[in-house]
Design a protein around this ligand. Structure first.
Ligand code: ATP
Ligand code: MG
Length: 340
């Protein structure tokens, strides 16, 4: 059976047509995934110019090696642009990057994705992890509200400087939106934006976890994330109501299709507790349903919370009872990444 190492060796001498350097010296082999069962291989290759017409010749040479020499019956290659910044500068997408990526998805809107993303970030940070959050919800960016951030990221020498809140580095699309005016993102523009968020942000060099707040639905952003960061893991959010669990299952199936491991599902707004009694305001069973249908674990059930002194806070800090629930979720996330 051919191994990833053997493929790397075979491909390392291929010449990037634009830079004239070998894939090995360029660090152009970003990812190799072998599908043994179907004798297929999936690759991500970075080229100095991934749009150059010379790419066709390169592709031909690549296919020759993979299909004729190594005998794969199916090959899928995705190209990305080599990072052109100065040598030695870190990028979270570099092949040797140790960053753990976690995308938070729900399918349905308004189930608490952004609230969970922010609070899981805070919990991870409480455990001493260095955390970044990307608000990729281009249609309804809300990380700023949840985290009570009033500043916007700034730009320096073509790099975006994240806003720091509770020790977390935050990048949000809100910086690109004019007030409440909706933007119509088109596919290519959207992918460019995500690439920009991944490549051109001055994250701390020692960042360990990057959480991505996905927009609702199972659309373009999830696909783009797959292309740009295929190692992303996913966390699903649902409410107890079937209308939410139904679409969460769809989001989960999409994650599976894209080969993102799902860490588990969290049921939010599970119940309202009054005088020690739990009331199932939004029905029950949604979390279990998702867990059962996708064969994943129901990690936690988070209750409905109410405003205190007339103000609703969505960020739960150490002093809040709910922070323990978020700590448990953060521990399970750390465990999952440690097992990889
Ligand atoms: N456990 C909870 N108890 C009470 N209110 C909650 C809870 N979780 C979230 N909310 C509130 O529900 C609303 C939706 O939450 P949030 O914005 O996190 O959801 P979302 O899934 O990110 O939504 P969208 O699809 O619009 O991005 C917010 O007003 C939030 O404060
Ligand atoms: Mg949101």
């Amino acid at each position: 059976m051919i191994t990833e190492k053997q493929i790397t060796e075979k491909l390392s001498g291929l010449i990037d047509p634009t830079s004239g350097k070998t894939l090995k010296s360029n660090g152009g082999i970003r990812k190799i995934t072998i599908d043994k069962e179907n004798n297929k291989v999936y690759l991500i290759i970075a080229l100095a110019d991934d749009t150059s017409p010379k790419k066709d010749d390169f592709q031909y040479e690549l296919m020759k090696i993979l299909k004729l020499e190594l005998g794969f019956s199916g090959v899928r290659v995705e190209y990305t642009k080599l990072n052109t910044r100065a040598a030695g500068e870190t990028t979270i997408l570099a092949p040797n990057s140790k960053v753990n990526f976690l995308a938070v998805a729900s399918g349905k809107g308004g189930v608490g994705k952004s609230t969970l993303t922010a609070n899981i970030g805070v919990a991870l940070s409480r455990m001493g992890k260095k955390v970044g959050i990307i608000d990729a919800d281009i249609y309804g960016s809300s990380i700023n509200q949840v985290m009570e951030i009033t500043k916007l990221p700034t730009q320096r020498e073509n790099l975006i400087i994240p806003v720091l809140k509770e020790g977390i580095e935050v990048i949000t699309t809100a910086m690109l939106v004019d007030g409440n005016k909706p933007i119509m993102w088109r596919g290519p523009m959207l992918q460019k934006l995500l690439k920009h968020f991944l490549n051109d942000v001055k994250w701390s060099a020692d960042i360990e976890y990057i959480l991505i707040d996905l927009p609702p639905g199972t659309g373009d952003v999830a696909m783009d994330i797959q292309q740009l960061i295929p190692q992303t893991r996913q966390l699903l959010v649902t409410t107890p109501h079937p209308s939410a669990s139904h679409v969460a299952v769809r989001a989960g199936l999409m994650a599976k299709e894209l080969r993102h491991p799902i860490i588990g599902v969290i049921e939010n707004m599970s119940y309202l507790e009054i005088d020690g009694n739990k009331h199932n305001v939004f029905g029950n069973g949604g979390g279990q349903q998702v867990s059962k249908e996708l064969g994943i674990e129901l990690l936690e059930q988070i209750p409905l919370t109410q405003p205190t002194n007339g103000k609703y806070h969505s960020l739960f800090l150490e002093t809040d009872e709910l922070s323990k629930t978020y700590d448990r979720i953060a521990e399970q996330i750390i465990d999952s990444f440690n097992k990889k």
